[in-house]
Write a protein that binds this ligand. Structure first.
Ligand SMILES: [Zn+2]
Length: 361
């Protein structure tokens, strides 16, 4: 059976497939409704499927759709885990908490951000404190998110970005754009000025379902960075912490860290792994993001800029909007058998390694 059969057309299809597979595998589902609707006025939910003993000391957590549109990939891995009978691999006394579409609005609208234009994986900062500064984003913001997305407007903006990259390097441009910013609420990679719905929902799920856990391993599925089909294993846990060492013990030296500087990802602020870690202080916590590459990074960045322009300045019902949304889907979702198979094989391998690590203590 081909793994691609589990890939969904859109958010609602992904949700239906996930709910069916989870129920068939014997999981119990709890749903959290987002206050807004999708593009077809469909209702939006984050669904949590819990499989295994309710009081399990060891819990595997999987999360899809942190970055909305990236949910196609994570939802496949979660749905296939149930549908392909992989729960039989779960060691005794280990539970699975599969969180489907933690950012359902972004998933449904083919956006990376939440309903309030927040990058959920930059939103887990202490909002009572001054926000981290990103002066390079600030200096480039009119070029990163130009109000004029015509060919001429875009060429002028791109020339400024190219000049910056020429002077400071492509890595510096990536850090300026993607590292996270708290000064431009209508821009990209905006971390928000308050915990967004998906942030509160995620931490609420952790408090409710993981309160008794002593050991937790979390996989957060992402796409859009790195070589085609490759799944980089990234942790954002603090590199001297016991939980970082635990994650590295279980996943080995291929684990990368933006803090150490060996990751395709720039250094980030406000990431969800640190937020999750904080609400389960009594558990050991291994956390990894699997980041699957799809398109070259320039294409991905330009798709995000176009999508941002569309939602701030454009017309969502225009033919141009359809083209921009198709491009968003293309750069965050490898629509080939090869890509889907690689995604699944990598996910199974990482999941097995975490289950083994937890079982062996
Ligand atoms: Zn992502």
């Amino acid at each position: 059976m081909k793994i691609s059969q589990h890939f969904a057309r859109d958010y609602s299809d992904a949700r239906a497939r996930f709910l069916t597979a989870a129920a068939t595998a014997g999981a119990t589902v709890t749903s959290f409704q987002n206050p807004l609707r999708g593009p077809e006025t469909e209702k939006l939910f984050t669904d949590v499927a819990v499989w295994g003993p309710a009081d399990a000391e060891r819990v595997l957590v999987t999360i899809s759709g942190t970055h909305g549109v990236e949910g196609f990939c994570g939802a496949l891995c979660q749905t296939a885990w149930f549908a392909e009978g992989m729960t039989k691999e779960m060691p005794r006394g280990t539970a699975l908490v599969a969180i489907h579409a933690i950012n359902p609005h972004g998933f449904a609208w083919l956006r990376r951000v939440t309903e309030d234009n927040v990058d959920l994986n930059r939103n887990f900062v202490d909002h009572t404190q001054p926000y981290p500064a990103n002066p390079d984003y600030e200096a480039l913001k009119d070029a990163i998110c130009p109000s004029d997305w015509s060919a001429a407007g875009r060429a002028a903006a791109d020339a400024r970005l190219a000049a910056y990259a020429e002077k400071h390097g492509a890595k510096a441009l990536q850090a300026a754009v993607t590292g996270g910013q708290y000064s431009d609420p209508t821009g990209i990679f905006f971390g928000g000025h308050a915990p967004t719905w998906s942030n509160r929902t995620l931490l609420g799920i952790f408090r409710r379902f993981l309160g008794k856990a002593r050991t937790v391993a979390a996989i957060d599925y992402h796409t859009g960075l790195g070589p085609y089909g490759h799944g980089e294993l990234i942790t954002g846990l603090l590199s001297e912490s016991a939980n970082f060492k635990l994650t590295r013990d279980w996943l080995g030296d291929e684990l990368t860290s933006p803090l150490i500087g060996n990751s395709a990802s720039a250094k980030l602020v406000g990431i969800n792994q640190l937020g999750m870690e904080e609400v389960i202080p009594n558990a050991r916590f291994a956390a990894v993001a699997i980041e699957y590459g799809v398109a070259p990074f320039d294409e991905t960045r330009n798709a995000l800029r176009a999508d941002n322009w569309l939602h701030v300045h454009g017309d969502l019902r225009s033919p141009e909007a359809r083209a921009i949304k198709a491009e968003m889907r293309r750069v965050f979702y490898g629509d080939t058998e090869e890509w889907k198979q690689k995604v699944w094989d990598r996910s199974v391998d990482v999941t097995r390694r975490l289950l083994k690590g937890m079982a062996e203590g």
